[in-house]
Design a protein around this ligand. Structure first.
Ligand code: NAD
Ligand code: MG
Length: 387
């Protein structure tokens, strides 16, 4: 029987890659709901192509414009607003949800899907950085199947056997566009340079996160919750070619790695079909034609955001929520031309100095920590503290 899928963040990089894989397997999937933030022209094109039952725009005004442009397709219900996003994720015809909204905005709709017992494909790593223990508790309580989409976590999931035999996991990182860039010039790099990732085409926020290596820091926190491992059993290794997507090392010295061309359709297809395998449209990996595979230790001096993420993880769940909120504010400020590239780590670091250590016990407490950290970070930004 076909499974009904809802794609949260359908117009994004992960959303579009998901639709590409789904379109290859019309016998398996039915697109029930698509959601996006504000770009209604892109959403209209997706609706015409995939004919969902439901199309939701986070912005009400964008929903209004989408409704007008889809007036000739009355079978598609168009809705707008935050509650409509959650309603899409829990629609009775939805069996599974691709959580591919970027940032903290993804937490509530993804959690709603968990609580409704939907199968979850998790791309939105910020969910776990903000609320890892609470999120995983809900996953367990509702006995939900949670499959990782992030390529590193998907790779580890593929290599993960009996957890009692695991010595550690090794997350690979490309090092982004500035791995060898002159350090003294990093303060002047532009958003366009930061978003030009050598191996992956992604949304703007994760591209900047990859350039600062905050992305790898967020992924360490994501791995901590997904695989229930302490931080001292999670290692980061720079591997500029992005052919090995991550590895699991066992007590007997065996190391299992997952390899492939860097294309998100592989982890997406893996998760969508699990435990089966389906075609993803990705070409075979030709090891005779790819560059030599290189490895090096991450340089915490060049990438202070990676160190901040490790510190936050050691500091507890309030600290990681603050890290995420401050980083979102800082990255947006960089993209808007209000903050230098090197200002991102300074601003996040400043915000982390001020947080109140606590362990949030509820989602409301997480949201309050997030809101407070954003306000504080914006005030540091305005006062020029990170300049
Ligand atoms: P993107 O910017 O390309 O797309 C984001 C999507 O979320 C869009 O559809 C947008 O409309 C929607 N969105 C943005 N803000 C929203 C809001 N406030 N409310 C509702 N919807 C909103 O991002 P992406 O690169 O596809 O990344 C999505 C998530 O997947 C991120 O958490 C990212 O870290 C993770 N991820 C992405 C990749 C990748 O290759 N792109 C790889 C691994 C993990
Ligand atoms: Mg990743």
């Amino acid at each position: 029987m076909k499974r009904g899928i809802c794609i949260l963040g359908a117009t994004g990089s992960i959303g579009q890659n998901t639709l590409d894989v789904v379109a290859r397997h019309p016998d398996r999937f039915r697109v029930v709901a698509l959601t996006a933030n504000q770009r209604e022209e892109e959403m209209a094109a997706l609706c015409r192509r995939y004919r969902p039952k439901l199309a939701v725009m986070r912005e009400e005004s964008a929903a209004k414009r989408l409704r007008q442009s889809l007036a000739d397709l009355p079978e598609i219900t168009v809705a707008g607003g935050a509650e409509a996003l959650q309603a899409a994720a829990v629609d009775p015809e939805v069996d599974e949800v691709m959580a591919a909204i970027v940032g903290a905005a993804g937490l509530l709709p993804t959690l709603a899907a968990v609580r409704a017992g939907k199968k979850i494909y998790l791309a939105n790593k910020e969910c776990l950085v903000m609320a890892g223990s609470l999120f995983m508790e809900e996953v367990r309580r509702h006995q939900v199947q949670l499959l990782p989409i992030d390529s590193e976590h998907n790779a580890i999931f593929q290599c993960f056997g009996d957890e009692r035999g695991v010595r550690r996991i090794i997350l690979t990182a490309s090092g982004g566009p500035f791995r060898q860039y002159p350090l003294e010039k990093l303060g002047e790099v532009t958003p366009a340079q930061a978003c030009a990732h050598p191996n992956w085409v992604m949304g703007q926020k994760i591209s900047v996160d990859s350039a600062t290596m905050m992305n790898k820091g967020l992924e360490v926190i994501e791995a901590r919750w997904l695989f229930d491992l302490p931080v001292d059993r999670i290692r980061v290794l720079i591997h500029p070619q992005s052919i090995i997507h991550s590895m699991v090392e066992y007590l007997d010295g065996s190391v299992l790695a997952q390899l492939g061309n860097p294309d998100m359709r592989t982890p997406i297809a893996h998760a969508l079909a699990y435990p089966e395998r389906i075609d993803s449209g990705v070409h075979s990996l030709d090891l005779t034609h790819c560059q030599a595979l290189e490895f090096e230790e991450p340089d915490f001096g060049r990438f202070p955001c990676l160190a901040l993420a490790f510190d936050a993880l050691a500091g507890g769940t309030a600290a990681t929520a603050v890290l995420n909120a401050a980083n979102e504010v800082a990255v947006q400020a960089f993209l808007d031309g209000q903050l230098s590239f090197t200002g991102i780590s300074r601003l996040v670091s400043r915000s982390l100095e001020e947080y109140q250590p606590s362990t949030p016990q509820s989602l409301e407490e997480v949201m309050a920590i997030d809101a407070e950290a954003r306000a504080r970070t914006r005030s540091f930004l305005r006062s020029g503290l990170a300049a």
